[in-house]
Write a new protein. Structure first.
Length: 104
C-alpha cells in the first residue's frame, strides 16, 4: 500500500492519473496549473518508486500508472481563509416620519 498525503500536489497528480488515460505531461500542466518543472520532478520521483512509467514519444511524453493501491492519509486542510456571513440581511433602523397633510 502506497501512502500519499492528502492536499498535496502528489495526491492531485495520482487522482488525475487514475481518472484519465492516456495523459501527457502537458495535459497535467494545463489541468493543475502548475509548472512543468515541478510536475516532472514529482513524476520522476514516482518513477523511481515504480508507481508510474514515462513513455516518451518524439513529440509527447505519456504517463502510465503502474500501481493502483494508494491510501490517502492525513487531513485535508483549507489553505485560504473563508469569511463567513452572519446573516443575509443587515438590520435596518426604523425611522418614523411625520407627514402633515394640508388641504386647500
Amino acid at each position: 500500500m502506497i501512502e500519499i498525503v492528502k492536499g498535496t500536489l502528489e495526491e492531485q497528480i495520482i487522482k488525475l492519473l487514475q481518472k484519465t488515460y492516456p495523459i501527457t505531461i502537458s495535459d497535467i500542466e494545463k489541468e493543475l496549473h502548475v509548472s512543468r518543472k515541478m510536475i516532472v520532478r514529482i513524476l520522476q520521483k514516482f518513477q523511481v518508486k515504480s508507481i508510474i512509467q514515462l513513455e516518451p514519444l518524439p513529440d509527447k511524453t505519456y504517463i502510465r500508472l503502474l500501481r493502483y493501491d494508494f491510501s490517502f492519509i492525513g487531513k485535508k486542510r483549507q489553505r485560504k481563509f473563508i469569511k463567513h456571513r452572519h446573516s443575509g440581511k443587515k438590520e435596518q433602523k426604523k425611522v418614523k416620519v411625520n407627514y402633515k397633510l394640508y388641504h386647500d
